[in-house]
Design a protein around this ligand. Sequence first.
Ligand code: AGP
Length: 608
Amino acid sequence: MCGIVGYIGKKNSASKFVLSGLQSLEYRGYDSAGIALLSKKPQVIKQVGRVEGLANQVTDEKADSHIGIGHTRWATHGSPTMLNAHPHYNTDQTVFVVHNGIIENYQELRERLVSEGYSFVSETDTEVVPHLIDFYLRKHKNFFTAFGLAIKDLEGAYAIAAIYDKEPETIYVARLSSPLVIGVGKDEHFIASDATALMDRTKKVIYLDDYEIAAITSDNVSVHNIKEAVEVKRAAEELDYDHEKAELGDYPHFMLKEIHEAPQTIQAAIRGRVRADTNTIKLGGLEAVSQQLKYIDRIVIVACGTSFYAGLVGEYLIEEIAGIPVEVQLASEFKYRKEPFSRSTALIAISQSGETADTIAAIKKVENYGVLTLGVVNAVGSTIARITDAGVYCHAGHEQSVASTKAFIAQVTVLTEIALHLSEGRTPLYKPVLQELLELPDKAKQVLENAPEIEKLAKKYSSYRDFLYLGRNYAYPCALEGSLKLKELSYIHAEGYAAGEMKHGPLAMIDKDFPTFAIACDSELMEKTISNIQEIKARKGPVLAIATEGNKKVSQHADDVIYVPSTLEQLQPLLVCIVLQLFAYYVAVEKGYNVDRPRNLAKSVTVE
Ligand code: AGP
């Protein structure tokens, strides 16, 4: 939820790298930002608001340093103020710390430090760290020892970077349940919350694991596991990323670019996996667990937000195509449930970032039950990708916009492949779904060609204060996801509902000022959704519907209709959700909001 960045090298380019790195991590949070540099004397510069304001303060003479750390904040403890902005430091201003995560025992640590004579200036949990390091430094004189002891006292989740003005050649880092990556350069090293911040400087990275700390100089990285008190030999890996693709190109926003990447996203998720000639599915990431998969008789899907709604689509797909019972649970609820598991249960964790704390906690909960854990993840090398037994990458490429769009499309594509794989070709739907899936990139292109029509309707409906989204069966998760997109981008109150539930309450809200987005594509249940539209129209509710090209009935009842190409019901979510993503995007643009950085949100929720 916050971004941390650091640089140590032979060149005096610490401030330049840290500031540019923070700008690329702003999607993680942008309430405040700060930088600490060790040059002739320590410098700490902070700013409430965006990184741009911070960069304007770092003038040339201040910028001259070969070591620095920085932070862009999504507030968890304490409002976004200068005093709460990171970096935080000890009273003598010799130890400087940035932190991403939550220190759950900070109150207890704070009381202990106050009783030792320390005083605090901020409301944050993070400020206990520099004082704790100072406390141990006074006893042990060795900074690395003091740093390790302080880190061992922390409970919760953290990615921490610290610098000490008496050792201006070393950055110290620590990681527990919050991502931290070390970039390896020539006579220089970079650190960041995720590889976005450093990938245009190096493709060689070292990932820290939980309970590991490292002392990083310009030419060496020394990793230690503080739980086992051993040094760890960790080789650098090659980053799998094409930075150019992440650039905005001639789109006004990353979100629109990423929505328009849907056809190639589907293509990337099926490439090498869906074999038309032999009607087979090959998921290399599941081969290692193929024997175990044969005995799975129950699947639990855990995820958050948009990934949860992809999981709901996956539930219908796996149950109908593979005949395996599936239960989809919000990761934040799953981790506290007291439910029985059997060894023939598999858990599928879906996550774009692979760093969502609730989803990670859900996976860790089942670790001791012998449950097979699979990841459906987009970020290669992320925590979820590394702690699950096996999985299938989404290959959607880097998703910059806070609102997840192409990653959702990739997730649903991968879940379709998993459903086909689990069915082992035994069910009647196997061949038709496999063959039709190959047609989806072109059909997604056709949906995108209708963007101007969707933009026009978005403008027409943008002034409403409420919205009801309705869908049945495969369209029900689409209604939920469409309403989340509208909420998180335009701040309009939108509710997704199973269409069959409308008469059990929501209909009471309907009047001429309360529009409904009805998803009524061709299916055996379409007539029932048309009845819902009629019931809404009888109460003067405006209705915007999605229907299948060539359908003549829906337009007889809805005020406006957006058409999508005909496809199997099982694959309709891939086309319907592109429409819903575009609609939410254009409404937010019409309202003048920051589409890629919606207020109060962050791209990767790495705190519980
Ligand atoms: C998506 O539009 C939202 N920004 C959010 O709900 C997101 O899907 C959720 O936080 C889960 O993130 P993940 O897929 O990276 O785990």
